[in-house]
Design a protein around this ligand. Structure first.
Ligand code: P5A
Length: 437
């Protein structure tokens, strides 16, 4: 992509309204624009990152055997009256009426709707286990939307729902999700720590939050010091290996971590605890028959009985992750994207636009990178070198390739790793080779 053709409205100065670094950098890098309190338009660069995050989430959900669906954002209040949550949910729910004065709402979550879809189509234990998910916009009328996309009112969530015959089977589903979440977050280049958590308005008795550590995190966390040094890459384990799944789950949920002091006193005696702040990027719940019971979502067992299906729900904050990852990965000059979700892999800079030889070398490099399938953002504008370097650091692509007339004379280009800051003077050919590798 040529920067001259890319809609990326960067800002030179820090926007006043942004209290935390991710919000500042997202506005300055032209990734989003606020349209009302807690509601954002996603501009090309921000959307590209969010789509990459959603792709990883989708791939890992599919690998675990979940089926993707897409439910609407607007829901009928009737379903929520059946479950009892229409009254319970309170002011966070955006309630609307259609022209026939029917009560509708903009979905804050989809437990009721998925339970309705399930009961409409599934009636036998033979169709279980089942796991359905979608990636869809949610609305929660938060009292204090803040921190940009991290606590928005409209936000993108992956929400998945599992259906099982027994509590034991539902626990297996929960442990599969647990493993898939560890894989999902590791693939994004971040360390997410699972923590025992409260269930709030979703309900149930078994729940974990997945937290990334960052000074600006909204939740206070209490975690065993071990987590700090630990590599959280998930083991190479099959989703069919039930014993392995449960062992992995137990192993990780022993290492103590929780989001409230109460759990600390109960379970953390003798553990070396670190207090930190974190951002909740995922939250999973097992709530048994909380929805299937009142909504009569039953299945027939193999001896002919009708029993309510056991359920769980599993969320990932897809739009929140864009900000969360910046909180976890940046420096004073800008964003440092992990490779896997970087909007482009390389930033190519023409340091002297008015020098024909230089521009030709840049155009050639751009063509070669594109041919090799490398995602490249090419700063081909008639701007000074200093401002190009600054801008590229802000945008935070993993690699930078700067081509100027002096280097070209000596047969070299400057190749920089954004994360380490390491710079190399190498030939254009060897830089291209390294990138393509
Ligand atoms: C689980 C899936 C649920 O809603 N029902 C369906 C369950 N859980 S949750 O914890 O309330 O939300 C799941 C994840 O969504 C993100 N999130 C938000 N992101 C941005 N702005 C918000 N206001 C917001 N609220 C929740 C979080 O990442 C959370 O873990």
């Amino acid at each position: 992509m040529r920067l001259s053709r890319y809609f990326i409205p960067t800002l030179r100065d820090n926007p006043k309204e942004a209290e935390i670094v991710s919000h500042r950098y997202m506005l300055r890098a032209g990734m989003v624009q606020q349209t009302s309190a807690g509601i954002y338009a996603w501009l090309p660069l921000g959307l590209k990152v969010m789509n990459k995050i959603a792709d990883i989430v989708r791939e890992e959900q599919d690998a675990m055997g979940a089926n993707e669906v897409l439910m609407p954002t607007i829901q009928s209040a009737d379903l929520w009256k059946e479950s009892g949550r229409y009254d319970d949910y309170g002011a966070e729910m955006l309630r609307i009426q259609d022209r026939g004065e029917r009560d509708m709402l903009f979905g804050p979550t989809n437990e009721e709707m998925i339970t309705d879809i399930f009961r409409t189509h599934v009636g036998s234990y033979k169709q279980l286990p089942m796991n359905l998910y979608h990636i869809q916009w949610k609305f929660r009328d938060e009292i204090r939307p803040r921190f940009g996309v991290m606590r928005g009112r409209e936000f993108l969530m992956k929400d998945g729902y599992s259906f099982d015959l027994t509590h034991e089977d539902a626990v297996i589903a929960y442990q599969k999700i647990f493993l898939s979440y560890m894989r999902t977050f590791a693939r994004m280049g971040i360390k997410a720590i699972p923590m025992r958590a409260d269930t709030g308005p979703i309900g149930g008795d078994l729940s974990h939050e997945f937290i990334i550590l960052a000074d600006t995190g909204e939740s206070e966390v209490f975690a065993d010091k071990k987590w700090m040094e630990m590599d959280t890459t998930a083991p190479d384990l099959s989703y069919d290996d039930i014993d392995g799944l449960s062992e992995y789950f137990k192993e990780l949920t022993n290492i103590y971590a929780a989001t409230d002091e109460m759990h600390k006193e109960e379970n953390a005696q003798g553990v070396d605890i670190v207090t930190a702040r974190g951002i909740e990027v995922g939250h999973i719940f097992n709530f048994g028959t909380k929805y299937s019971d009142p909504m009569k979502a039953t299945v027939q067992t193999n001896d002919g009985k009708q029993i309510p299906v056991h359920m769980g729900s599993y969320g990932i904050g897809v739009s929140r992750l864009v900000g969360g990852i910046i909180e976890a990965s940046h420096d004073e000059n800008g964003i440092i994207w992990p490779e896997e979700i970087a909007p482009f892999h390389v930033g190519l800079m023409n340091l002297r636009f008015r020098d024909d030889a230089c521009t030709k070398a840049c155009d050639d490099a751009y063509a070669k990178l594109q041919e090799a399938g490398v995602e490249v953002l090419y700063d081909d504008r008639d701007e000074g070198a200093g401002s190009k370097f600054k801008n590229m650091d802000l945008i935070g692509l993993p690699w930078q390739l700067a081509i100027g007339p002096k280097g070209l004379e000596a047969g070299t280009v400057e190749f920089k790793n954004r994360k380490t800051g390491e710079k190399m003077e190498v030939s254009l050919e060897s830089a291209l080779e390294k990138i393509v590798d």
